[in-house]
Design a protein around this ligand. Structure first.
Ligand code: IYR
Length: 229
């Protein structure tokens, strides 16, 4: 079965508008920082919802949309996630991470304490659907469907999610406790879903500080092959 094809809706912008939009977006995005100290100040749910809807427009392998966004504001569940994440992280920092890994992280000053998992008003836990599960009309049982480019698709969606939250004036942290199996249990996810990232979302705590990191220069990240004049 092929989709019906219909004309693309596409707005041709004037060159001025293209440049203005592009520069404005660039300017705003360069202000995004990963934040580790959150205020408990509440966040309107619509900002979270709009970000999830935006993320869910992301391109994905065969348009399979292999993602689930679990949004947690229940303090009891946030507490359980914090306790479980800190237990795993403590074990990782003290016994599992290599000396090389710990040395790479040392400049950022991270450790196993994760108070942001309770302070931030929302946690968005993104799950990747490693395969699809659909009911088989004949047997009534669940049937496995292969999913393609799952990590790439979910990565793109998370990028769009982080951009939306940033432009909505919110701070985020891309947190990857390791291993993340406890999230499937606490959040009661089905067997085809695996946790991908935990994103605390909120406002920065008063006086929050961030490391004075820099990003690579344009010449380090951009290589051009141009037509000869
Ligand atoms: N998951 C740990 C460790 C960690 C790993 C990397 I790579 C980072 O960029 C930051 C942290 C933690 O969340 O602390």
């Amino acid at each position: 079965m092929r989709y019906e094809f219909r004309p693309l809706e596409f707005t041709h912008l004037s060159m001025e508008e293209q440049l203005k939009n592009s520069r404005e977006f660039l300017n705003r995005m360069t202000k995004r920082r990963t934040v580790r100290d959150f205020s408990t100040q509440p966040v309107p749910f619509e900002l979270i919802e709009n970000a999830v809807v935006t993320a869910a427009t992301a391109p994905s392998g065969a348009n399979q949309q292999p993602w689930t966004f679990v949004v947690v504001s229940d303090p009891n569940i946030k507490h359980r996630i914090r306790v479980a994440a800190e237990a795993e992280e403590k074990e990782s920092y003290e016994n599992r991470m290599s000396t090389e890994w710990l040395a790479a992280l040392a400049p950022l000053g991270t450790d196993w304490h994760k108070p942001h998992l309770e302070d931030a008003p929302y946690l968005i836990v993104v799950f990747q659907q490693v395969y699809g599960l659909i009911p088989d009309p004949e047997t009534g049982k669940q049937r496995k469907i292969k999913h393609y480019y799952v990590t790439e698709s979910v990565g793109i969606a998370v990028g769009m999610l982080l951009s939306s939250l940033h432009l909505a004036g919110l701070a985020t942290l891309t947190h990857t406790p390791n291993p993340m199996g406890f999230l499937s249990e606490i959040l009661q996810r089905p067997p085809n879903e695996r946790a991908y990232v935990v994103i605390p979302v909120g406002y920065p705590a008063d006086g929050a500080k961030v490391p004075a990191i820099t990003k690579k220069s344009l010449s380090e990240v951009l290589i051009r092959f141009e037509a000869k004049p």
